[in-house]
Design a protein around this ligand. Structure first.
Ligand code: PEP
Ligand code: MG
Length: 573
């Protein structure tokens, strides 16, 4: 059987399915026999012990100290004596099964904490749900995603309703070679991480968790978005061969890493890398990045229980800056809200979080967060070539506010005689239509820009980038978005400032020629895409690219634009 999915990252995967299941477990709500009370209690206690052991095992497999802390919280909740006693009491007094008793105690706990007017405590709801699920799954001996299981398996393809960023960063890539989900979107952070991990995958595959069973043999062709379930040997062999050729070509492309991104007629465009943490930097130079065009610092703040101190941030930035050894490192200030939250920070429940308390808007009443980060970045600036980039700008007033705070921080460091690069560049992302339309004014105040097509698309088209229901409308190549991009580039260039692109469009190899023609100064992407994009650039003519832009800007529909790109596409992989 072949099923279609939406492509997240390129590649092939051949292996066995593992359902990261959200199976609807039927809880036995019948009264139990008085003689079974002791058995149920003993089953509960055994499961309780096993579950703690599992959490400890997962924890010990994690390399990142911050992620380990998450599991400390789980273990504390599980070891709470009240919790254990309440489950046992219910079994004894109400003659109900251990699973029903656990379910009741967890639901009761959730009811209590849901009423508390504190979003940190409310966040614990998910922890309780997770713990309850794991206890019940263990009681019923249902497989659950964990490293115990994975230790015994190879070539696993994860199949799930959805995968969270927290789950995907736990994936052991020696074991997991691909993934398929029912939900998701191509610009969600899970997809962005999958791309940077070079993990082949498809999303938005209807009913996939019902169509695939554990251990089914799966082939993912994530160039075409095809998923083969239990295919015959010929198909398996064909894709194994294709994968070999693909990996070999990838190796070949890596040889371009020392060469520049220059067209056949001598036009140079810089190729930068997007990173989410210092773990990504090894690949950055290997893939031939000339600098870091976007460091998403949010991930440094996630998966922990408190804000990283200025010192912690400084050490983290310094490590990256030193590693890049004089090459540009663009550090984006914290871009929270929307879909990125911190468990230790109060976020209000909002009707439209992407239009609400997000990104730099959070700094207005939380200046310490901004100040600490700016200080840490400034301190790291003496170790290399650092630029600071602000996200989500919509007005000049915001830029004025940020510059004022920036000057305060600089004065404070000067007073304390702490060194930093006095000429450090500050820039902004063009990721709202508002910023695009006033890019001419912004260019009077800032040194450089980077177009964030992920948000620019969502805000131009009024389509939530994470909402599967409207994802068919999410189209970066629509005439409206492309016009805003062109308008910004021209306005910024008129002021002699540089403008790059760091949204996902930058890594779309079908659009490379278009992006060349638009005149961008740099393209920044997950570093594993750089060799392929470089190949495209090195085999193109700026002349053709300019002609393509001319035609594309005349096209009034996405379909026409895509067909123009297809005609100009270079076939390499
Ligand atoms: C963007 O919006 O295009 C971008 C690069 O930022 P993020 O994906 O982190 O929102
Ligand atoms: Mg963005």
């Amino acid at each position: 059987m072949i099923i279609k999915g939406t492509i997240v990252s390129s590649g092939y995967a051949c292996g066995n399915a593992f359902l990261l299941s959200e199976e609807n477990v039927n809880i036995n709500k019948n009264k139990i026999n008085i003689n079974d009370v002791d058995v149920e209690i003993s089953n509960f206690l055994k499961t309780h012990k096993k579950t703690i052991k599992q959490f400890k095992k997962i924890q010990s497999n994690l390399l990142d100290e911050d992620k380990k802390l998450l599991f400390d919280g789980y273990i504390i909740l599980l070891e709470d004596e009240n919790f254990i006693n309440n489950v046992i009491k219910l079994i004894k007094n109400n003659f109900i099964s251990a699973e029903y008793s656990i379910d009741k105690v967890i639901k009761n706990q959730i009811k209590i904490i849901s009423k508390v007017n504190n979003s940190y405590i409310k966040e614990r709801v998910n922890d309780f749900l997770d713990i309850g699920k794991r206890l019940i799954y263990n009681l019923k001996n249902i497989d659950i995603f964990d490293y115990n299981f994975l230790d015994k398996k190879e070539n696993i393809i994860i199949v799930a309703k959805d995968i969270s960023p927290t789950q995907i960063i736990q994936f052991n890539l020696n074991k997991i070679i691909g993934f398929i989900t029912e939900l998701g979107s191509i610009t969600s952070h899970t997809s962005i991480i999958a791309k940077s991990l070079e993990l082949p995958g498809c999303i938005k595959v209807k009913n996939i968790t019902k169509l695939i069973r554990n251990n089914d043999y799966i082939v993912i062709d994530s160039f075409k978005g095809n998923i083969y379930i239990n295919p015959n040997k010929n198909i398996i062999d064909k894709f194994k061969k294709k994968n070999k050729i693909y990996l070999h070509r990838k190796e070949q492309l890596l040889k371009l890493s020392k060469l520049s991104g220059e067209t056949l007629d001598g036009y140079r465009i810089k190729l930068f890398a997007n990173i989410g943490s210092d773990k990504d930097i090894e690949n950055v130079l290997k893939n031939g990045a000339e600098g870091i065009g976007l460091y998403r610092t949010e991930f440094l703040f996630m998966n922990r229980n408190s804000f990283p101190s200025e010192e912690e941030q400084f050490l983290s930035y310094k490590k990256i800056v030193e590693f890049m050894n004089g090459k540009i490192v663009t550090i984006r200030t914290l871009d929270l809200g929307g879909d990125k939250f911190l468990p230790y920070m109060n976020f209000p429940k909002e009707e439209s979080p992407f239009l609400g308390w997000r990104s730099i808007r959070i700094y207005v009443n939380n200046k310490k967060i901004l100040h600490d980060q700016l200080k840490a970045i400034l301190r790291s600036s003496v170790y290399g070539n650092v630029r600071i980039m602000f996200p989500m700008i919509i007005s000049l007033e915001e830029v004025n506010f940020l510059k004022k705070e920036f000057n305060k921080v600089k004065s404070e460091l000067k007073k304390k005689k702490i060194n930093f690069n006095k000429n450090i560049q500050i820039g902004a992302m063009i990721e709202t239509p508002a910023a695009a339309m006033i890019s001419k004014f912004l260019a009077n105040e800032l040194d450089f820009f980077s177009i964030g097509t992920n948000d620019l698309t969502q805000y131009t088209l009024a389509v939530d980038r994470n909402n599967t229901m409207v994802s068919y409308l999410y189209e970066t190549l629509s005439p409206s978005v492309l016009r805003l991009i062109k308008y910004s580039i021209d306005a910024i260039h008129k002021k002699n400032k540089k403008v790059g692109m760091c949204g996902e469009l930058a890594s779309d190899d079908k659009s490379t020629i278009l992006l060349l023609g638009l005149g961008l100064d740099e393209l920044s992407m997950s570093s594993n895409f750089i060799p392929k994009i470089k190949y495209n650039i090195r085999n193109s003519l700026l002349l053709d690219a300019k002609k393509l832009v001319y035609d594309v800007l005349k096209a009034d529909k996405v379909k026409k634009i895509k067909s123009l790109l297809k005609k100009n596409n270079l076939k390499i992989l």
